[in-house]
Design a protein around this ligand. Structure first.
Ligand code: BG6
Ligand code: MG
Length: 218
């Protein structure tokens, strides 16, 4: 394959927002008297806001109606935004900017493919919106990862066929979404967790155009 498009998940790939999600969920779970741990937080990676709340309520063995759930999800997001609004470009994960500019110089299109409805705000806080040729996020997507919708939409926006795209993802559901889209997937994190990714690296600082081209051969 010749790589024509690269699609990046945002949370956990370009920036570490999991710690802010954790702090905001922690505030909510302390009000709801639910014991929520950092290990539990791992289960929320790549999962939509409401699906995350469902997992948390299941952990606490409590049930709320949809109206209450909306209120709790809104409350959590309000606290999450307090952290996000204070983010600066210094929080961009190492190697991201260097790798993305290498891709752009080589004429490869780049997009964001994220479940987060806060994507526009995060990109603005990090001052990187203009880097991307397209942004597909939770505001325009109906079906959550592992459904391929977000990545297929990103590829369409780039005008690149899915078979010519490589996805960078840190969540198991995201890797599955990339494979379901018929794309190559580079996992960001641990090989033991992201077992179905075509290749796994610890972070984008371990990636280069040269490596990407090698990967595309297999
Ligand atoms: C994903 C995160 O990118 O976005 C999840 O990995 C998060 O943890 C999801 O729940 C939705 O984010 P938001 O910003 O719309 O609440
Ligand atoms: Mg992620």
């Amino acid at each position: 394959m010749i790589v024509k498009g690269c699609i990046f998940d945002l949370d956990g790939v370009i920036v570490d927002t999991a710690k802010y999600h954790y702090l905001a969920w922690k505030k909510l779970t302390s009000i709801l008297n639910i014991n929520f741990t950092k290990e539990d937080n791992e289960r929320l990676k790549g999962v939509s806001r409401m699906a995350s709340l469902d997992i948390i309520l299941e952990i606490g063995n409590v049930v709320y109606d949809d109206k209450m759930k909306e209120e709790y999800a809104d409350l959590k997001n309000k606290w999450y935004l307090d952290y996000i609004n204070r983010m600066t470009p210094e929080e961009i994960l190492p190697g991201s900017l260097e790798f993305i500019s290498e891709l752009k110089n080589a004429g490869i299109k780049v997009a964001i493919g994220s479940a987060s409805r806060n994507t526009p705000l995060i990109l603005e806080r990090l001052a990187i919106r203009n880097l991307f040729d397209a942004v597909a996020d939770g505001n325009i997507i109906i079906k959550a990862k592992p459904d391929p919708e977000v990545f297929i939409t990103a590829a369409k926006m780039l005008g690149v066929s899915p078979a010519d795209c490589v996805v960078f993802e840190d969540a198991v559901a995201g890797v599955e979404a990339a494979l379901n889209a018929g794309m190559r997937c580079v996992g960001i994190g641990s090989e033991k967790i992201l077992t179905t990714a075509h290749y796994v690296i610890a972070g984008l600082d371990k990636m280069s155009l040269k490596k990407l081209k090698l990967l595309a051969k297999f």
